[in-house]
Design a protein around this ligand. Structure first.
Ligand code: FAD
Length: 316
């Protein structure tokens, strides 16, 4: 993504994802591990001693094994986005800022979009990439999209000292998970970012951070799993929106009821990971009429109407 004007710095840290399996989810993880290996993913089954070697401070009495993806990692999403954006501009893409307030449709085909300032942009193809607002955008053409905004919290904590090793993303069987938030400048504290999905979170465009959740749902399982985090200090919390579909997998491809209207929606909280492949698949689809390099049939937007869910049980 490097261009003469812009050198992206994604802060990609390839430290792996480590899922911990206990009695309750061991069978599910065993199945997932076998399937991932069968499909050629690089994934390791770690016994408790091997987990302890990687993350020595974990409480592991209730853990049966771990599933570790050594190629996985985390990155700064803003920097990744800036990298894509600059590289696309260098390749000739033009960016126009404005809110789409109307979808122009005639004869069952999309013809363009109108922005809130009144400017209409004609187009043979339009891609809905509106994230948690995808259903709102589609509703402008009276289309019902099964994508719901659901609030997701994150909390950042300062560790009491520089931790002697770096964490992979550790996912506790109960759902709490964390990763390192490394110092960027000299003197910055060593920090972690903690998440814990609330499965009964009501849908809605709610960005309010409920700070009490740190003490009620996040901190207790975090400290139980890694007792030395007792001394970690809360720095801040915030909330964003997941863009959930009924099976936690995206909608990729042309809308079945509106020719030319393409969907790249519903990533259900894992859209950063899927972004490069999504871009590649959609670009090929738009240019040639098919995504030949990447098989995206399972993400067909019409699958719910046909009763063919493609469930992802790894959403965290
Ligand atoms: C707290 C949190 C943690 C997450 N953690 C991870 C993670 O660890 N890994 C991972 O892979 N993913 C993660 N995600 C999910 C990831 O951020 C999303 O899946 C991803 O950002 C989706 O990208 P997108 O481009 O489809 O949509 P977005 O990034 O949401 O962008 C949509 C854009 O469309 C614009 N828009 C909307 N409506 C209109 C309109 N009418 N007119 C013009 N513009 C419009 C919006 O302003 C926005 O700029 C997380 C999300 C949250 C909230």
């Amino acid at each position: 993504m490097r261009t003469p004007e812009h050198r992206p710095r994604a802060w990609f840290r390839q430290r792996g994802y480590l899922f911990l399996a206990d009695d309750a989810n061991a069978e599910r993880f065993e199945r997932r591990y076998e399937r991932q290996r069968a499909l050629g993913a690089r994934v390791e089954r770690l016994d408790v001693d091997a987990i302890r070697t990687r993350v020595p401070d974990l409480f592991l009495d209730d853990v049966r094994f771990g599933v570790f993806g050594p190629d996985d990692g985390y990155a700064n999403p803003r920097e990744v986005l800036a990298g894509f954006r600059h590289a696309a501009a260098a390749a000739g893409a033009t960016y126009i800022t404005g809110e789409v307030s109307r979808l122009e449709v005639t004869g069952g085909r999309i013809r363009g979009v109108t922005l809130d300032g009144g400017v209409t942009l004609d187009a043979r193809a339009v891609v809905n990439a509106a994230g948690p607002f995808a259903a709102k955008l589609a509703a402008l053409a009276d289309l019902d999209l099964p994508v719901t905004p659901v609030r997701q919290h994150l909390f950042r904590c300062a560790l009491p000292h520089r931790w002697p090793y770096r964490f992979p993303v550790v996912i506790d069987p109960g759902g709490v998970h964390w990763r390192h938030d490394d110092p960027v400048a000299p003197g910055d504290p060593d920090r972690i970012i903690v998440a814990c999905t609330r499965l009964d979170e009501p849908a809605g465009e709610n960005f309010a951070c409920d700070a009490d959740r740190w003490t009620t749902d996040f901190r207790p399982p975090l400290v139980a799993r890694l007792p030395a985090f007792e001394a970690a200090e809360l720095v801040e919390g915030w909330a964003g929106l997941y863009e959930m579909t009924p099976d936690h997998n995206p909608l990729l491809g042309e809308h079945p009821e509106l020719a030319g209207f393409h969907l790249a929606n519903g990533f259900s909280g894992h859209g950063l990971m899927m972004a490069p492949a999504t871009g590649a698949a959609l670009a090929e689809l738009l240019m040639t009429g098919a995504s030949a390099r990447l098989e995206i049939g399972a993400f067909d937007p019409g699958r719910f109407a046909r009763g063919e869910e493609f469930r992802d049980d790894a959403m965290i």
